[in-house]
Design a protein around this ligand. Structure first.
Ligand SMILES: [Zn+2]
Length: 396
C-alpha cells in the first residue's frame, strides 16, 4: 500500500464527517454564510521579502521602513484612498497582531455567523528568506484557531509539491490536524500538473476534498529565478511526465506562466469531478475595465465551468474593484452557470492593502444585491464544499 493511500484511508469519505460538530450545528440552523477565502497567519510566518515581491512598491527594506515611519505619523487620519498608506497598514496589521487577534478582527468586520475558510500558506518553501516560525507551526496554530472557533473556522493548507517532505506536510495537515481542504499557489514555483499533485488529485476527487487555487494577476511568486519544473502532459491518451528548466526575472513572467487557468486542462481532463475553486477569478487585470486585457483568464474559467461540474471561482480580492459587481451581473445574464459557480470570498487581510475591508464589503454587497449575495455566500459554497446535504434535506 502506498503512503498516499495510507494517508487518505484515514480520512472520512463524506465532507460532512470532516467538519466539527459545532459547525454542523450552525449549518443546520440555516443562519450562516461563508467567506471562502481568508488568511489568519501573522508575520511570524512571513519572510520580509514577501512584502517586496507582493507589492512592487516595496523594492527594498529601507523604503518599507520609510513608509512605516510616515504611516505612524498619519495613522489617525482617515485616509482611505492612499495606496501607500493602505499597503503600510496591511503590513503593520500582519506585524502587530497575533493569529488570534487577526481572527478576532476578521470576525468583527464580518457579518455574524460567517464561516471562514482560513488558508495557511507555505511562504517558507516559496521564498528564500528567513521566517520566525516554520510551516508546521503555522499548521498547528491554524488548527488551534479552528479548535478555539470550531463553529466558524474551516482550515485549508497550501501543499507545495516541491517540498522534500511534502508527504509529511500532507499527512500532518489532513490526518493529524484534520484540515478540510487544500490550497495551491502555482506561482510559488510549481505547475498544477506536478506529478506529486496528480497523485493527490485522485484521492481528492474520491473523497470530495476541495481545492482552492490562486488564479490572479496580483499576489506573490517564488523568489527563485532558476526553476526546474516537473509537469504532466496527455499524449495519445496517456499521461506522460515531463521536465523543463526555466528562468524568471519579472513578476509578470511568473504570474503569466504559473497562474493561467489553462494549466489546469490536463488535470481536469484526468479528474473531471475534482472540486476546484479558481480564487480571484482571474484577478484585477482581467476585471478592471480600465486595463483591457481582454478578460482572457476569466473566459477560460467560464469555459472550464461549462465543461466540468465542480469548477468554481471566487470574488476574493477583485471585490475591491468598483466596476466588478456591474461586470459580474452582465456576465451572468448571458450565462446562468456563472451565477451558480461563483463564491463570495474576501481575501482578508490581504485585501486591506486596497482599502478598509469593511467598506469594500459594504459597497460590494449593496451593488450585487441580496439575492445574488445569497447564492455567492450560502448556496454555492455549500455545494463546492460538499455540505449541501446537511442543510437541504434535514435528516439527522
Ligand atoms: Zn489569498
Amino acid at each position: 500500500m502506498s503512503k498516499l493511500q495510507e494517508i487518505f484511508d484515514k480520512i472520512p469519505n463524506s465532507p460532512i464527517d470532516r467538519i466539527t460538530p459545532q459547525m454542523r450545528q450552525l449549518l443546520k440552523s440555516k443562519k450562516f454564510r461563508f467567506d471562502i477565502h481568508t488568511h489568519v497567519f501573522n508575520s511570524d510566518f512571513i519572510p520580509d521579502k514577501y512584502f517586496g515581491i507582493r507589492n512592487t512598491f516595496f523594492v527594498n527594506p529601507e523604503f518599507l521602513e520609510y513608509v512605516e515611519d510616515v504611516m505612524s505619523q498619519v495613522q489617525n487620519l482617515a485616509i482611505e484612498d492612499d495606496n501607500l498608506l493602505n499597503y503600510a497598514m496591511f503590513i503593520d496589521f500582519a506585524r502587530q497582531n497575533t493569529m488570534e487577534q487577526i481572527v478576532q478582527n476578521l470576525i468583527s468586520v464580518s457579518p455574524p455567523n460567517t464561516i471562514f475558510a482560513a488558508i495557511a500558506l507555505d511562504l517558507e518553501q516559496a521564498i528564500d528568506d528567513k521566517v520566525k516560525k516554520n510551516y508546521e507551526v503555522q499548521l498547528q496554530q491554524t488548527a488551534q484557531i479552528r479548535d478555539n472557533y470550531p463553529q466558524i473556522i474551516l482550515p485549508f493548507f497550501e501543499l507545495n509539491p516541491t517540498r522534500k517532505n511534502w508527504l509529511k506536510i500532507l499527512e500532518t495537515a489532513l490526518v493529524k490536524y484534520k484540515f478540510f481542504g487544500i490550497k495551491l499557489y502555482p506561482a510559488f514555483g510549481y505547475l498544477p500538473s506536478h506529478p506529486n499533485l496528480m497523485k493527490v488529485y485522485e484521492f481528492c476527487q474520491d473523497k470530495n476534498i476541495p481545492i482552492i487555487t490562486h488564479c490572479g494577476t496580483e499576489g506573490a511568486h517564488t523568489s527563485r529565478n532558476f526553476l526546474t519544473l516537473r509537469y504532466t502532459v496527455l499524449q495519445d491518451g496517456q499521461l506522460k511526465q515531463r521536465r523543463t528548466s526555466k528562468v524568471f526575472m519579472f513578476k509578470n513572467q511568473y504570474i503569466k506562466y504559473f497562474n493561467q487557468p489553462q494549466n489546469w486542462e490536463v488535470v481536469l481532463r484526468t479528474f473531471p469531478s475534482l472540486r476546484l475553486n479558481f480564487a480571484h477569478f482571474g484577478g484585477d487585470d482581467d476585471w478592471d475595465g480600465n486595463r483591457k486585457t481582454d478578460r482572457q483568464w476569466t473566459y477560460r474559467i467560464f469555459d472550464l465551468m461549462e465543461r466540468y461540474p465542480n469548477v468554481y471561482a471566487d470574488v476574493s480580492h477583485i471585490l475591491h474593484l468598483k466596476v466588478m459587481p456591474k461586470l459580474f451581473k452582465k456576465c451572468i445574464t448571458n450565462n446562468s452557470i456563472i451565477a451558480e459557480r461563483t463564491m463570495f470570498g474576501s481575501d482578508f487581510y490581504m485585501i486591506e492593502a486596497y482599502g478598509r475591508y469593511k467598506s469594500i464589503r459594504a459597497r460590494f454587497t449593496a451593488e450585487i444585491g441580496t439575492k445574488l449575495m445569497f447564492m455567492l455566500s450560502v448556496l454555492n459554497p455549500l455545494r463546492f464544499l460538499g455540505l449541501e446535504q446537511l442543510v437541504l434535506n434535514d435528516k439527522k
